[in-house]
Design a protein around this ligand. Structure first.
Ligand code: FES
Length: 107
């Protein structure tokens, strides 16, 4: 795992997501006063969860309304059945760092 600088705190408004062009793409969320990082692509089909609707620490996919816990990646509502990857997030001043697998990169 490798810590990468994802973005600044100011780049993510409260209750919104930010898509990182990593491989695979990662979504960073500012939700419920905290920051979370998960896989960006909905596990049901191809859709960016950074575009999703936030409800506390839950993201809802706009395409077919699957819901995922941002803390654990767990599926909370169908049609998705496969959980999301989650990644550790660290705040250093105004910068957000994410601990990603070695093969991620090319932001
Ligand atoms: S693509 Fe997300 S619920 Fe279908």
């Amino acid at each position: 795992m490798t810590w990468i600088r994802a973005c600044t705190v100011q780049q993510i408004p409260e209750d919104e997501g930010f898509r990182l062009a990593t491989t695979p793409p990662i979504a960073v969320f500012r939700a419920a006063g905290e920051f979370f990082a998960t896989g960006d692509t909905c596990t049901h089909d191809e859709f960016s969860l950074a575009e999703g609707y936030l409800d506390g620490d839950v993201v809802e996919c706009p395409l077919h309304m699957a819901r995922f816990c941002l803390r654990t990646g767990k599926v909370l509502a169908p049609p998705a059945v496969v959980p999301l990857e989650t990644y550790p997030v660290r705040l250093d001043g105004d910068d957000l760092y994410i601990d990603v697998p070695e093969h991620s990169g090319d932001r």
